[in-house]
Write a protein that binds this ligand. Structure first.
Ligand SMILES: [Fe+2]
Ligand SMILES: [Fe+2]
Length: 339
């Protein structure tokens, strides 16, 4: 683990560096908040130890705020070293985005213990990265999908966040539900790793037999996640991942696959990803079609309300139309379609 230390006092800085190095950490040190931002924004470190009382152009506290404001490569765990020990100081630090504090004068053993605790939290973030990498690996066999997973992930989160504000779905759509839907929606097609190339990469229309084979990607994906669920039956994110892989092709009228579930029998996570996935497929170029404009995709989704799609999820989609288009432009590998 590489720890970034920001401290303007060179003696203090070299003591911290020494302590952490002898505990086995790799240390990058700087006395400049701006240089620290440069290192963090390149993803070169995810664990920061900063002096709150640092006076430079970017103090420990404003460094915290800037990190939380910027888009970073993964989570940055921040430990502030400070002589401010009152509860109101802690509140101020936490509000700015700090994760932990070490009082001055610091005890070397405590510094190492707190950095190790940050390392544990970050290993959970690594799990999220691993989930996404697995999904990307499955998707890599399909050369046309570009940034499909990133977009589906963002659309799904937007839909879930919108539904959280509705009276019907508010109780079910908790902050954790939103988080797990965001995190695991990229796994929706993971079962496609087991679909042969002649079906997966076929440019034309699939025969009935080929389509039946293609449909099995839902159960194949769910079965794979079941293996993990047996080992970790309480893992909520695995349960949601399983719902999504299994149910994203179900239709409200009961004519979808693999289980022909109807209406509310389809888990909400599956109903959300169904809209996100289809909207992205419609507005993206595929082997068998050009990209449709947002307006065409919207009217196709509207024509599926109550048959293919959950009307409430589509209502959320309509409330989020502009945001969806912004996401599409942000995560694009080709020039956006003019709408
Ligand atoms: Fe699928
Ligand atoms: Fe998809």
């Amino acid at each position: 683990m590489r720890v970034l230390v920001v401290h303007e006092d060179h003696v203090g800085l070299s003591l911290i560096r020494q302590t952490l190095r002898s505990a086995g950490f790799e240390v990058v040190a700087t006395d400049s908040g701006l240089e620290a931002m440069e290192i963090l924004s390149q993803g070169l470190s995810h664990l920061l130890v900063a002096d709150w009382e640092h006076d430079g152009p970017m103090s420990g506290l404003s460094l915290c705020k800037t990190i939380r404001h910027e888009e970073m490569w993964g989570y940055v765990y921040i430990i502030l070293i400070t002589s401010r020990n009152l509860p109101r100081h802690r509140v101020e630090g936490l509000t700015a985005g700090a994760d932990d504090f070490i009082g001055k004068p610091y005890d070397p053993a405590e510094l190492v213990a707190r950095v190790r605790s940050g390392e544990r939290v970050l290993s959970m973030d690594t799990r999220n990265v691993a989930i996404f990498a697995m999904a990307k690996l499955a998707e890599s066999r399909d050369p046309e999908t570009g940034m499909h997973l990133e977009r589906v992930q963002s659309y799904s989160r937007l839909l879930a966040q919108d539904l959280a504000a509705t009276p019907q779905h508010g109780p079910e759509v908790t902050a954790n539900f939103i988080r797990w839907v965001y995190l695991t929606s990229p796994l929706h097609d993971i079962g496609k790793v087991a679909i042969p190339d002649y079906v997966l990469l076929k440019p034309g229309r699939l025969t009935d037999r080929e389509f039946s084979l293609m449909k099995t990607h839902t159960t194949l994906g769910a079965n794979t996640i079941d293996i993990a669920l047996k080992k970790f039956p309480d893992a909520e994110f695995l349960r949601i991942a399983r719902e999504i892989t299994s149910a994203h092709h179900e239709r409200i009228d009961g004519t979808g696959y693999p289980r022909q579930l109807r209406g509310d029998e389809i888990p909400l996570s599956g109903r959300i990803v169904a809209v996100a996935d289809v909207y992205d497929a419609l507005t993206s170029r595929r082997l068998y079609k050009d990209a449709f404009t947002h307006d065409v995709a919207k009217s196709m989704i509207l024509s599926g309300v109550g048959t293919q799609f959950d009307p409430e999820v589509v209502q959320a989609f309509l409330r989020l139309e502009d945001t969806f288009q912004n996401v599409r432009e942000r995560f694009t590998e080709h020039p956006p379609v003019i709408t």
